[in-house]
Design a binder for this molecule. Structure first.
Ligand SMILES: [Zn+2]
Length: 212
């Protein structure tokens, strides 16, 4: 199966350089991570740049123009999974520069020859990007991105991968728990673990109360 709407190399590079500081490739190792205090195996860590930020729980999301319908569908499912927690509220639309946003995108990246025996295929990447203005009109916004690697459509255009990448966008980091959607290797998990929900509460639960 081939995907028609392959982004041009220029587009791909632009997208990648845009987020390179904050994204975690799906299959990166977690060994270099600072061990957070009192992180148990079931807890889902929070991306460091999101920690301590006072983020609104409302996000506006949109798709890049080259995102095929199949990928849009799994992203929409991922949006529903997070909205059902009542902890965040993702709304279709662009939002302003002062509001939180998620851009869903696709990219095409072939895994290059590996020098070790196990070749790890990257099925997606995503992450938060914090914009902050202090002083008059101060605000903090997360302009996040979540992407699927359509070079491997059968591995990447999956609900579990979209949920994982959107999790990064919202500030979740890799978990060592296989029940977590943030486990770094795709387990097909489409239900948020208690640890995932607790991490979302830690990021978004202190502000406005949920209406749901
Ligand atoms: Zn990841």
């Amino acid at each position: 199966m081939s995907v028609d709407n392959k982004p041009s190399p220029v587009d791909l590079r632009a997208a990648v350089s845009n987020v390179v500081k904050t994204v975690d490739p799906m299959l990166k190792t977690t060994t270099h991570r600072t061990v957070k205090s009192e992180t148990s195996a079931d807890e889902t860590p929070i991306e460091s740049i999101v920690q301590g930020q006072n983020l609104s729980r409302t996000y506006y999301y949109h798709f890049d123009s080259n995102v095929p319908a199949s990928a849009q569908a799994v992203f929409e499912n991922a949006v529903n999974v997070y909205n059902q927690t009542g902890l965040v509220k993702l709304i279709a639309g662009e939002g302003t520069s002062k509001q939180n946003s998620v851009t869903f995108f696709v990219y095409s990246k072939k895994t290059s020859g590996s020098n070790n025996s196990s070749v790890m295929i990257e099925s997606g990447h995503g992450g938060p990007q914090i914009t902050q203005q202090t002083g008059w009109g101060a605000y903090t916004a997360n302009h996040a991105r979540a992407g699927l690697n359509v070079y491997y459509p059968r591995l990447a255009i999956k609900q579990s991968v979209a949920i994982h990448e959107l999790g990064h966008a919202l500030g979740l980091d890799h978990s060592t728990s296989r029940q977590s959607v943030m486990y770094p290797v795709d387990q097909g998990v489409t239900k948020l673990s208690q640890g995932d929900i607790e991490a979302l509460k830690a990021i978004y639960g202190s502000g406005e109360k949920s209406n749901s």
